[in-house]
Design a protein around this ligand. Structure first.
Ligand code: CMP
Length: 155
């Protein structure tokens, strides 16, 4: 008991407050479930420190998903992401990057665990409702792709 208390004390001592990037994708915006997704995000302890509804072009989607440019799904992904409005946002929390990946669930909703956003709302691997950064460098790149420092509230 004592040692597990100690472990959790040390864990929270070393856990850093982080920012992560999130995008609510066209399938979710179209179905008017951005509020429900934001409720899950806030209930999980994240603060939404920046947020905007935008429509991105095919060329912007290509740049944003540059890391996947060799993948067979790249063109369809860019077409889909630029097919409708998206909500881009910056989330703040201790351990935000890993915790948000957990909250989103597996990329393919068929493999997503109960209680995750994708299990609850995603339609398919393409229309999977939400994107989140996978590492600190990616979070920095993705946040600055859409937001300037002045748009991040209280950071
Ligand atoms: P996302 O987290 O936005 O990152 C890239 C996206 O590509 C991913 O979610 C999926 O929506 C989409 N995608 C389509 N096919 C695949 C695949 N086979 N593997 C991974 N991602 C895929």
């Amino acid at each position: 008991m004592l040692s597990s208390n100690r472990n959790s004390k040390y864990k929270s001592f070393f856990m850093k407050t982080e920012l992560t990037f999130s995008m609510i994708k066209p399938d979710a915006v179209e179905r008017h479930i951005t509020g429900k997704i934001n409720a899950m995000i806030e209930e999980a302890g994240f603060s939404i420190v920046a947020q905007k509804l935008i429509r991105i072009t095919y060329e912007q989607a290509q740049k944003f998903y540059d890391v996947h440019k060799e993948k067979p799904f790249y063109a369809d992904l860019c077409k889909y992401i630029s097919s409708g409005a998206v909500v881009v946002q910056v989330l703040k929390k201790e351990n935000a990057i890993a915790d948000y990946r957990k909250l989103m669930g597996a990329t393919n909703p068929e493999q997503a665990e109960e209680g995750t956003i994708r299990k609850k709302y995603a339609i398919s691997i393409d229309q999977n409702s939400i994107h989140g950064s996978d590492a600190p460098e990616t979070a920095q790149r993705e946040i600055s792709f859409f937001f300037s420092d002045i748009e991040l509230v209280g950071c």
